[in-house]
Design a protein around this ligand. Structure first.
Ligand SMILES: *Cc1c(COP(=O)(O)O)cnc(C)c1O
Length: 402
């Protein structure tokens, strides 16, 4: 480790809570798909801040929108109107095909918002008995870190020491439509799931799963709640992953890339018959819908559309995954993914994925393990084929030197 790197890490470790275990690299600059560390080394960013950087680092149009808006007004609170929120939500609704949107900041807040919407819809519209509403969720889920959300995680570490938890959630296996149908009762208001389980190790459900859960939830008058915080905005090769099967959820949850890699912006989308359960005072956020976030969000959406990022992810994802599958390494158990959300699972007898990520870092690629055995490759969607080839050469070396 270089002296400078060491100094910065020591300072951070001294003063920050130890709730993360980052790779030993201190970044000081980013541009497009590339980042630089404090020693002057250059890396290809293959994590993209867990898909919050689909448009790449410091996209000029997004930074321009940020700076311009910062020169006018940044925060009003929702106590007053601002001139950007309507235009932003209109664009978001039109692109996603919903009647209304409710802006928040982080992904976890948007998930909480979706839970509140589904529960209130359940009481007001489905006439579920007071305080009986149930939401069905999947094993191996990741929906964020609030106390309510970790309460329905199946990952012991996410829960340990944080109880007591919010009741009203029921866990079923992922990728199992029959388990969903069996779990539904008259009190079920929603089914919350990820189209691809990103943090859970890039788990891709079977073809047809989205259509089946749509059909089951519709038949039982249960809201289909899609957490597309990681899979949304082009990552899997469609604007939203459920579009792979032509499915529209009742509540769409978005975040990460909606902020264009520069500012936290999240939202839920739904049609009027659901969103109208909210009345003034029911829900809110001091920063949600602020003009700076809205200006950034609009620019982030414009870039996605203008640069055809979903199409790029589809084409380059197929290429990248195909080439990864050709690497004949005894350490690799499986290569899987959708679009540019790709997981390479390392066999347990070859150790954890982390040392592989550390060796990738030495060769100029930043990737991070998820769920111990899986290396996730999720570069910014603006990546070029030559850059993927550059990465493949290095990934090949690392996977073959075992
Ligand atoms: C990242 C993520 C979240 C949480 O978003 P935060 O902005 O970190 O709160 C929720 N759901 C999914 C699927 C995610 O990938």
């Amino acid at each position: 480790m270089g002296e400078l790197t060491k100094k910065y890490i020591e300072e951070a470790e001294r003063y920050s809570a130890h709730n993360y275990h980052p790779l030993d690299v201190v970044l000081v600059k980013g541009e497009g798909v590339w980042v630089w560390d404090v020693e002057g080394n250059k890396y290809l960013d293959m994590l993209s801040a867990y898909s919050a950087l689909n448009q790449g680092h410091r996209h000029p149009e997004i930074v321009k929108a940020l700076v311009e808006q910062a020169g006018r007004i940044t925060l009003t609170s929702r106590a007053f109107h601002n001139d950007k929120m309507g235009a932003f939500l209109k664009k978001l609704c039109e692109i996603a095909g919903f009647e209304k949107a409710l802006p928040m900041n982080t992904g976890a807040e948007a998930v909480e918002t979706a839970i509140k919407a589904a529960r209130k819809w359940g009481y007001l519209k489905k006439k579920v008995e007071k305080d009986k509403a149930e939401i069905i969720v999947c094993e191996n889920n990741f929906h964020g870190r609030t106390t309510t959300i970790v309460g329905f995680s199946s990952e012991p570490q996410y829960r340990y020491g944080f109880g007591p938890f919010t009741p009203g959630f029921k866990l079923i296996p992922y990728n199992d439509p029959k388990a969903l149908e069996d779990a539904i009762t008259e009190n079920t208001v929603g089914f919350l799931f990820e189209p691809v389980q990103g943090e859970g190790g890039v788990i891709v459900p079977d073809e047809g799963y989205y259509r089946k859960v749509r059909e089951i939830t519709r038949r039982h008058n249960v809201l289909l709640m899609a957490d597309e915080i990681q899979t949304g905005f082009g990552r899997t090769g469609r604007l939203f992953a459920l579009e792979h099967e032509g499915v529209k959820p009742d509540i769409l949850i978005v975040g990460k890339a909606l902020g264009g890699g520069v500012y936290p912006v999240s939202a839920i989308l739904a049609d009027n018959h659901i969103m109208d359960v909210f009345t003034p005072g029911d829900h809110g956020s001091t920063f949600g819908g602020n003009p700076l976030a809205c200006a950034v969000g609009m620019a982030a959406l414009d870039v996605l559309v203008k640069e055809k990022l979903p199409e790029r992810a589809q084409e380059l994802g197929e290429y990248f995954m195909g080439e990864l599958r050709k690497i004949n390494s005894p350490a690799v158990k499986e290569v899987r993914g959708k679009g540019l959300l790709i997981g390479v699972e390392i066999k347990e007898e070859y150790g954890d994925a982390r040392p592989f990520c550390e060796r990738l870092k030495e060769r100029g690629i930043l990737a991070k393990e998820t769920h111990k055995q899986v290396i996730r490759f999720a570069p910014p969607l603006i990546i070029k084929r030559e850059e993927i080839d550059w990465a493949l050469e290095r990934i090949r070396e690392v996977l073959l030197e075992v």
